[in-house]
Ligand binder design. Sequence first.
Ligand code: KG4
Ligand code: ZN
Length: 350
Amino acid sequence: MRLVLGIESSCDETAAALVSLGADGARTIVAQRIASQDEEHRPYGGVVPEIAARAHVVRVMPLVEATLGDAGLGLGDVDAIAATAGPGLIGGVMVGLVSAKALAMAGDKPLIAINHLEGHALSPRLADPGLAFPYLLLLASGGHCQLLRVEGVGQYRRLATTIDDALGEAFDKTAKILGLGYPGGPAVERLAAEGDAKAVPLPRPLLGSADPNFSFAGLKSAVLRAKEAGIHADPDIAAAFQKAAIDCVIDRTRRALEAAGEVTALVVAGGVAANKAIRAALEAVAESNGLRFVAPPLALCTDNAAMIAWAGLERLGKAGFAPDALDFAARPRWPLDPDAAPVRGAGVKA
Ligand code: KG4
Ligand code: ZN
């Protein structure tokens, strides 16, 4: 059996987790703790990087100790220490990574520097041992919206990305426009359940375009105009936004499936995967393509350290594994597919 300690600090959650992989392939989240910073950031309607970094400093080591304590284990019991090393808010990433380095040094354990996106991309395999490579992954979070062919640990081919906003970002901005506060995704989903999506006409950017890329900036602007018009009920706007976003996601995912070649499953991960309406729509796409549909449990969708520990276990189990150097630098940007061509406007936050 192998046991890895994971640390996550790339955005507004500080998290630690212990995950084990048995000789029989059994995966177990032995213990995990997550400290959200929602309260700290709520007054600002979004994550303030400096506040986030300071909150991580205060929380990370007590969280690691508490997680080990929950499991009745000590640092000596773990086989490696995995930490998010990017991409993300660089101050926070540095806090988690430097803590992991200190623990690795003190405990004489291998350090595994994990790409946060790889954590999301592999997390479905933590929950579902039967999920085999290659699979088509929709990775949708606050900072990213990509379709990737996940071909193996460390092997990711990007088929599509957003040319402007990420999907979670569009949810968060819609929440802000509707005065729903932060974090926005779950609030928009709740309000949308009470509204009529047909009551507000909204655009579906890039629908039907030949490449499978995404665009959400125009949809967000249309939401703003609909709100400013003052004639629509907020639940109707939320419902129309969510429906338009889903129509785009479905169309783009279908296009990516045509381009992906053979895959074993359609998989969704990242914070937006917590959205039940999006899950249901993707499940229908998988079904109509004769594919399995896999989505991690909700708690594994949003940022957490179990997915980081799991990515560490996947790396540890790969032939030719080598630990990362203790001077591994935190990376604010770190594409999963370094060969993917940049797209116009991608990563430019509006
Ligand atoms: O993966 P994640 O926890 O953090 C990032 O790495 O970005 O994703 C957070 C994003 C936020 O934009 C949040 O609004 C969105 O995921 N999100 C949702 C839902 N829950 C979280 N979006 C839509 N519906 C939800 N239920
Ligand atoms: Zn994330």
